[in-house]
Design a protein around this ligand. Structure first.
Ligand code: XMP
Length: 491
């Protein structure tokens, strides 16, 4: 007797999702302050295992900068031209670095009048200017303290007569620690970076060195990490390839961004992209053990730059893929499936559980199912830092959140290949309003606390420990009982 079709519905492989499960409490043998929620994405260590989605109503440069400053990562979306992507990546890479690039350092000629320097300082809100001669070589530094007392000297005096010629500087490539030491010992506020031939290469200021965001996600040079979504389609024009290579200089991790990556054409395109570009790659989305097994064992990706897999299909709060096509892999299910394949074939790969998170308590569940990091659009679309305006509906502040498969997003022309190419009529996402929730720092603080407290209850000190805790399916009655119930008010 065949059970082929009955087993499809009734197999041991139940497609469970966040609300179906709970983590079982575990023995806690550590203090709350010892919980470590940091995690790895390939060689990158993130102090916060949380990422914002590559969506045009979630992550542009402002969100990406803020996510990285708080220790996570915002993945810049791809619903725009390569030129705009390049601009966003540049802005992220240059933000908050402790080095101001030479083209952004205010300079003045030694023969200029003091009045000009005074005007620059007042209008640019800076306290000192590097003095460079016609050959662009550094010959002094002029600070607020060098401004003469008499008005006639300010108007007629030349910078060269008042500047400090003995410039305390640092060589290119010096570390934050070296810079801090020199600034401290010299009691200076500014440290020009000068190469061996005397040319200005940048500036370090005391203010920028102070670790205002000590947990920020940074590259080896101290710049913020930059993640960018990319189509798996290989661009044939040399112009586009040139632009992509320029983008590559600012990006640390490319995220191949399609609804379903388990497709021959996408795999071939990505293999070519990995050969063209030098940064690391996360591939996705996928939803099953078989897809992960295939990508790891039967594809020809550049091995050391294939650093992670992103999983989940049809679970997002704005997704309609499962409704429209009948196919899906809810994020918790997909995470467990792919985590097993990673364990079996390449334990170095990182796993990102993407979409479907509704409550802070869903995060610990994803880690218990084998995730290294989580990605959400839902939590961040209503923040101050997401793109778009704050609107008001019935007295409530709102922002627009749209699926990248929604009619509104797809008609822009850049993102149609995220779904089935050539399919024009079938939308796979919706667009709607979400409540405005204030700044991203506040949202992250709640998520962090939910995760850390969940780890304490589960008895897991780290994200790796979290992967060992037990999950159990909750009955329908149990699900009702674990929500607030039998109260007069509605929740
Ligand atoms: P949340 O639940 O955080 O999910 O809103 C965000 C994730 O959903 C994916 N995404 C889509 N999936 N149709 C889909 O089926 C869409 O229009 C769509 N837009 C985004 C994406 O993986 C994102 O991170």
């Amino acid at each position: 007797m065949s059970d082929k079709y009955r087993k499809k519905i009734h197999s041991e492989e139940i497609i469970a999702t966040f609300q179906d499960v709970l983590i079982l409490p575990g023995f806690t043998n550590f203090a709350p302050q010892d919980v470590d929620i940091s995690s790895n994405l390939g060689k990158y260590h993130l102090n916060l295992p949380i990422m914002s989605s590559a969506m045009d109503t979630v992550t542009e440069e402002v969100m990406a900068i803020n996510m990285a400053l708080h220790g996570g990562l915002g993945v810049l979306h791809r619903n725009c031209s390569y030129e705009r992507q390049l601009e966003m990546c540049r802005i992220v890479k240059r933000a908050r670095s402790f080095v101001i690039d030479d083209e952004h350092v205010a300079t003045i000629n030694p023969n200029a009048k003091v009045a000009k320097a005074k005007f620059m300082m007042e209008n640019y809100n800076i306290s000192g200017i590097v003095v460079v001669n016609e050959d662009k070589k550094v010959c002094g530094i002029f600070t607020k303290r060098d401004i003469p007392f008499l008005e006639q000297d300010i108007q007629n005096g030349a910078i060269k007569d008042y500047m400090t010629m003995d410039v305390i500087s640092i060589k290119p490539g010096a570390s934050r620690e070296e810079a801090r030491k020199i600034l401290y010992e010299s009691r200076k506020e500014k440290l020009p970076i000068i190469d061996k031939d005397g040319f200005l290469k940048g500036l370090i200021t005391k203010k920028d060195l102070a670790p205002e965001f000590p947990f920020a996600s940074k590259d080896e040079e101290g710049h913020l990490l930059c993640g960018l979504a990319l189509s798996p389609r290989f661009p044939e024009s040399s112009e586009s390839q040139k632009l992509l290579k320029e983008i590559d200089k600012y990006v640390d991790i490319f995220f191949i961004d399609v609804a379903d990556f388990y497709k021959k054409d996408d795999i071939i395109g990505t293999t070519k992209l990995m050969k063209l570009l030098e940064s690391d790659f996360v591939l996705g989305n996928i939803g099953t053990y078989q897809a992960a097994e295939y990508l790891i064992t039967k594809s020809d990706f550049v091995e050391d730059r294939f650093i992670g897999l992103k999983v989940g299909m049809g679970s997002g709060s704005i997704c309609t893929t499962s409704i429209q096509t009948g196919v899906g892999a809810p994020t918790l299910f997909a995470t467990a499936q792919v985590a097993d394949a990673i364990q079996d074939y390449n334990s170095k790969l990182s796993l990102i559980a993407d979409g479907g998170f509704i409550k802070p308590g869903d995060l610990p569940k994803a880690f218990a199912a084998g995730a290294d990091l989580i990605m959400s659009g839902h939590f961040f679309a209503g923040t101050e830092e997401s793109p778009g305006f704050i609107d008001t509906i019935a007295g409530r502040k709102v922002k627009v959140y749209r699926g990248m498969g929604s009619k509104e997003a797809r008609t822009s022309g850049y993102i149609s290949d995220r779904y089935i190419e050539g399919s024009k009529m079938l939308t796979e996402g919706v667009s709607n309003y979400v409540p405005y929730v204030g700044d991203v720092a506040g949202v992250l603080a709640t998520l962090k606390e939910g995760l850390a407290n969940g780890m304490i209850y589960a008895g897991a000190r780290s994200i790796q420990d979290m992967k060992e805790v037990s999950l159990g399916i909750v009955s329908i009655v149990g699900q009702r009982e674990t929500q607030p119930h039998d109260l007069i008010g509605k929740f």
